[in-house]
Design a binder for this molecule. Structure first.
Ligand code: G1P
Length: 292
């Protein structure tokens, strides 16, 4: 029996400069894909996978995220007075329980590895999930649920991967593919963060979903700067892989990188077309636009 995955870290300290001026006063994680903030979509994925405790690594100007996951007493009272049952039920459904969220700050933008390390005391000595909110994983079943299923079979460390073209391997962490485990995962032979063009070990990119053992924290504490002058999680994962098994899981749904404008807009269209209440009317408007 492997220790259960109860906690998930969401690094949300990034400045979101690619979306200025939208992100001047509002965190990029609060931009909406249809009518739910990006951060809500990934929290939904984590809760579907059975995650009990949500850990947000925030920064300055991110307190709206904390408010978003709190009870909004005045709003609920007004909705109750107005008999808005549907809205109240939706809020109640999305509401994390008392004590099920933690917030800590990454004081300086030193990289993803540093952001994860900032959550070490809240995670403690147990394996955990790490979810990068920029990357929306859209499928029949959530990516993290699938990963936790694979983890429950074999234990160890897991990352979700997806295939990217040669022209994009320098934008992601890339893994080398070894033997299949026969349980929906494969052994990872190599890991490299943003390899220069033409040097990537494969086209399998880390998609922003991880299950990691707590020994990663000691490695992160000592991790020097890597690609882009930042403390890279991938570099510490490579060291951890010398001592512990690391598996890759290929996500079978669609992945949208909402950190890019085209990815963000495409995600909005895809999520809207997947909604029964919006798709019929939206499709008509889209077709009209495309015919112009
Ligand atoms: C991070 C990780 C990288 C991963 C990517 C997915 O990079 O370091 O390994 O492939 O997220 O989005 P970042 O996007 O923060 O540069």
């Amino acid at each position: 029996m492997h220790k259960p995955i109860r906690k998930a870290i969401f690094p949300v300290a990034g400045l979101g400069t690619r979306f200025l001026p939208a992100t001047k006063a509002m965190p990029k994680e609060m931009l909406t894909v249809v009518d739910r903030p990006v951060i809500q979509h990934v929290v939904d994925e984590a809760r579907e996978a059975g995650i009990e405790h949500l850990i947000f690594v925030t920064g300055r100007n991110k307190h709206v995220i904390e408010d978003h996951f709190d009870v909004q007493f005045e709003l609920e009272r007004t909705l109750t007075e107005r008999g808005k049952r549907h809205e109240l039920e939706m809020l109640a459904h999305d509401q994390p329980g008392a004590g099920a969220t933690s917030f800590t700050r990454q004081q300086l933008p030193l990289g993803l590895g540093h952001a994860v390390w900032c959550a070490r005391d809240i995670v403690g000595d147990e394996p955990f999930a790490l979810v990068l909110p920029d990357m929306l994983h859209h499928g029949n079943r959530g990516c993290l649920a699938k990963m936790i299923e694979a983890y429950n079979e074999v234990g160890g460390n897991h990352v979700a991967v997806f295939e990217v073209p040669d022209s994009q391997t320098n934008q992601y962490g890339i893994v080398g593919r070894g033997k299949d485990t026969g349980k929906g995962a494969f052994e990872i032979t190599e890991m490299v963060e943003k390899p220069p063009r033409g040097t990537a070990p494969s086209n399998l990119a880390i998609s922003g979903r991880y299950i990691l053992q707590p020994e990663i924290f000691d490695l992160l504490a000592k991790q020097g700067k890597g690609a882009g002058g930042e403390i890279q999680l991938t570099d510490s994962m490579l060291k951890l892989a010398e001592a512990q098994p690391f598996y890759g899981v290929v996500f079978d749904g669609k992945i949208y990188d909402t950190g890019s404008k085209i990815g963000f807009l495409t995600a909005n269209v895809a999520y809207a077309l997947a909604r029964d209440d919006i798709a019929p009317g939206f499709r008509v408007e889209l077709e009209k636009l495309l015919k112009r």
